[in-house]
Design a binder for this molecule. Structure first.
Ligand SMILES: [Zn+2]
Length: 310
């Protein structure tokens, strides 16, 4: 895989950013210091580009060494436990969201079947939903445990993420990435792969946290979706637009994901060490949800529907 030598220097197994990956500016300023409340308690700096406003985590451990930052008993994206109120809410919301996501991407594509790729598929719930609706699906996922879950529970043959570059040019009508792009080390390489593997007229669906959201503004360095160092990149609608332009994509639709605000707010309250995290989180989540109703670009997470420029 190509390396982004022009924007990064690899030193002592960390990714030290010297240029903005969106606009190439060297004017990177300190924005926040965030603590990894999820796994290690280590502190990381979030930088902001003075020219385009893009935010990024500085000195993230390289991919080969980031494994221990994912090791926490609380990590529920790749498990199916149903302990605790927060997990119960999470699982309930997931079921509702799967149905909504499937309908949304089908409407965006103008198709109810076709060939699709889901990148960072996790345990396979979404791709299984699409398979059951008649889509010809491919999926890649880094975690061997998650791939095994998808196989055991859904019979899906999910590929290792190193296979991402192996698909032919113009293979897919649809490529989806649900809360994955913020984790990807080689961002420019990824976008070029997406462009190559997507058919002309195909759609790319990218869901990422929105660090311009009402909940991000409220919780600042405690906002759980900074999720350092697992999240390298922190998008807003305007920086996603700039990234898309850079790689020859146009954003054709933006959709809020206001439900994410409830979960992120509860987690942020927990990281602040507060009591009554569920009630406080629900309250802030509700305020954030109201804010997203009025201004969808203030939603906790956003779904971007993109197409390749002609
Ligand atoms: Zn920039």
């Amino acid at each position: 895989m190509l390396r982004n030598w022009n924007i990064m220097q690899f030193s002592v197994n960390k990714i030290h950013l010297e240029k903005c990956p969106v606009c190439g500016s060297v004017h990177l300023q300190s924005f926040l210091s965030c603590t990894d409340c999820y796994a290690t308690g280590e502190t990381f700096e979030v930088l902001q580009c003075a020219d385009c406003g893009f935010k990024m985590t500085q000195d993230v451990p390289v991919e080969a060494e980031i494994g221990r930052y994912y090791e926490s008993p609380d990590y529920i994206s790749h498990t199916n436990t149903k302990k605790g109120v927060m997990n119960t809410v999470y699982h309930w919301v997931r079921k509702y969201q799967l149905h909504k996501k499937a309908k949304l991407v089908e409407r965006a594509c103008g198709k109810r079947s076709g060939r699709m790729l889901d990148i960072g598929t996790g345990t396979g719930y979404f791709v299984n939903t699409m398979y059951q609706r008649g889509w010809d699906v491919e999926a890649v996922e880094k975690s061997a445990q998650a791939r095994a879950f998808a196989f055991d529970n859904f019979g899906l043959n999910v590929l290792d993420d190193t296979k991402l570059n192996d698909f032919e040019d113009q293979s897919f009508n649809l490529i989806t990435m649900w809360h994955v792009m913020e984790h990807i080390e080689h961002l420019d390489d990824l976008w070029e792969t997406l462009k190559r593997e997507l058919m002309d007229g195909g759609k790319l669906v990218v869901a990422v946290p929105n660090c311009a959201s009402a909940d991000a503004q409220r919780y600042k360095s405690f906002w759980a979706a900074y999720d350092v160092p697992r999240h390298l990149w922190h998008f807003t609608p305007s920086t996603m637009q700039a990234m898309a332009n850079k790689h020859g994509f146009t954003i054709c639709e933006r959709h809020p994901m206001p439900f994410d605000g409830f979960y992120v707010s509860m987690l942020s309250e927990k990281y602040m060490g507060r009591n009554f995290t569920f009630i406080r989180g629900m309250f802030t989540g509700f305020l954030a949800w109201c804010s997203a109703l009025a201004h969808k670009d203030k939603s906790s997470s956003m779904i971007y529907i993109l197409r390749k420029k002609e």
